[in-house]
Design a protein around this ligand. Structure first.
Ligand code: KG4
Ligand code: ZN
Length: 344
């Protein structure tokens, strides 16, 4: 039997410090340390995120190795998120990975965070029926920083066919939640409130954007002005209508996302379809995607909730395929805050 390939993967692009061990494409462990420190500020504070990563990284890596039942000496390569993300946060993961690899003379593998979100659909787990997409695979990537339509023709190719021209879907959730006085991150809070609200209660502006691109800034503004006018009439308006506001806002965001996903599938003929990124945890979005899948005979992939938000397992699985192609990085590598994927 050929010796296994065991990857130690690190993700530190934003406010979660995560380490995972992926062996021959199977996730053995995936640990995430969340940073509660940002809650008080209504958003991620880059300097605090970086410091929290520094405090978390060693224990998280230790625990990931222990949970996987692996010793550091059994690791074949070290993978890390090179970007996009917050530079100070990325620096912590990158420096740690470089140090670990240097000390043990291991190959380093850099991973694009966005590609990893899409690759989360290829994560396999022991003891689970692993359903993996076929190619070409069309994925709607919806996170706090990105809203993209991506086609993958093999494990490592990424063709961008749609992108947001302003805010990301997650940002729309978070910013509108903030306007309603809800805590950060607002996405999961709106999701919860929406489950007991009427999605037809209020109607907000839908963008008219050509092609497969998205826009969310108009919705944010229309939501803000709507609330301002209503609160002027009744200061208690938000509290009295919280569930309906959340449900109506969520319905609008989902309609925009699903509308473009359907269009992309029709235009490309691709029916292996997935959603990925933090917003793909949204119950309403998952339901809406499932409904379309039934109607249109899509082979739909909804990620397990633990692989929707930032995690190192998705970094590890991407790195595994890079390892198979000997795509290594040298010690001179530096993190990058922005990685532009060219639209085809
Ligand atoms: O992928 P992610 O963890 O980090 C980035 O790479 O941005 O995504 C975070 C985003 C936040 O905007 C958060 O509000 C949103 O994902 N999010 C959700 C839900 N869970 C997380 N949005 C809507 N519904 C959810 N259940
Ligand atoms: Zn992410």
């Amino acid at each position: 039997m050929t010796p296994g390939i065991t990857i130690l993967a690190i993700e530190s692009s934003c406010d979660d410090t995560s380490a995972a061990v992926v062996s021959d494409g199977y996730v053995l462990s995936n640990l995430i340390a969340n940073q509660a420190v940002h809650k008080a500020y209504g958003g991620v504070v880059p300097e605090l995120a970086s410091r929290a990563h520094q405090a978390n990284i060693v224990p998280v890596v230790d625990q990931a190795l222990a949970a996987a039942g692996k010793r550091a000496g059994e690791v074949s390569a070290v993978a890390f998120t090179r970007g996009p993300g917050l530079l100070g946060s990325l620096l912590v993961g990158t420096s740690f990975a470089k140090g670990f690899a240097l000390a043990r003379n291991l190959p380093l593998i850099e991973v694009n965070h966005l590609q990893a979100h899409v690759m989360s659909h290829f994560v396999m787990e022991h003891g689970r029926q692993n359903r993996i997409p076929g190619f070409p695979f069309l994925c709607l990537l919806v996170s706090g920083g990105h809203t993209q339509l991506i086609i993958m023709r093999d494990h490592l190719s990424m063709e961008l066919i749609g992108n947001t021209i302003d805010d990301a879907a997650g940002e729309a959730f978070d910013k509108c939640a903030k306007v309603m006085g809800l805590p950060y991150p607002g996405g999961p809070v709106i999701d919860r409130l929406a489950s007991e609200g009427n999605p037809d209660a209020f109607r907000f502006a839908r963008p008219r954007i050509q092609g497969l691109d998205f826009s969310f800034s108009g919705l944010k503004t229309s939501f803000l002005y709507f609330l301002r006018d209503r609160v002027a009439e009744d200061p208690e308006f938000i509290n009295k209508n919280l569930n309906d506001l959340a449900a109506s806002l969520q319905r609008t965001i989902i309609e925009i996302l699903i509308g473009k996903l359907v269009k992309a599938s029709k235009e490309t003929g691709v029916t292996e379809i997935g959603i990925a990124g933090g917003v793909s945890a949204n119950a309403g979005l998952r339901q809406a995607a499932s409904k379309e899948a039934q109607k249109r005979a899509w082979n739909l992939f909804l990620p397990e909730l633990r692989y929707t938000t930032d995690n190192a397992a998705m970094i590890g699985i991407t790195a595994y395929y890079k390892y198979l192609r000997s795509e290594f990085t040298d010690q001179s590598v530096v993190p990058v805050a922005r990685i532009e994927t060219e639209k085809s």
